[in-house]
Design a protein around this ligand. Sequence first.
Ligand code: MG
Length: 208
Amino acid sequence: MRWAKRDSIVLRNRRGGRISYVFPVRVVEDGPDFSALHLAAGTTVKQRVMPDGSPFTHDIPYAEKHEAPLRVGDGTWRENSVLMLTRTGEAHSFWAFWRDEDWKFLGWYVNLQAPLERTPLGFDSSDHVLDITVEPDGSWEWKDEDEFEDAQSVGRFTKDEANEILAEAERATSKIRNREWPLGSEWEKWTPEPEWTLPKIPEGWDRP
Ligand code: MG
């Protein structure tokens, strides 16, 4: 089943069979080739927190976060609106960012992730740690390479899995270098419909 434009659904991140992040999003397009999902600034999300409920920040050593029991708390998606464009079956997603206050296009972020799986609530995926940031002019750089290394040393990814992620990253950077879709496309000028309200976390968000 495909989602209709304007449907309010959730994109969830799974970790070891459990839900670690829940992003309520609005469907912009859901076709056979790709889906486009809007995560609006100000949306209430579920996000992974430390066992004492404190935020999961970048400065906590990766091994510590990896060992910590999974706990999920409330959070807010701040500042920037995101449109997530994901081709069916691909293990990466292009995220366009706009500054919420004046809708200035800020560039792209490539999230390496498991291909989207359909669920009764929306889509599930699993994050692959490594990311790429792309400026509006097309220049790009790796993000979280250090965490990707750490994820391998603590055994989150096997050598083969890490190699698959790197091969996918290579396919994504080749699209960036060639300025292929969605870079430079009309999607960079996309705006949400003014009457769209913020989607909410549904009942059963934590069901596997
Ligand atoms: Mg990521």
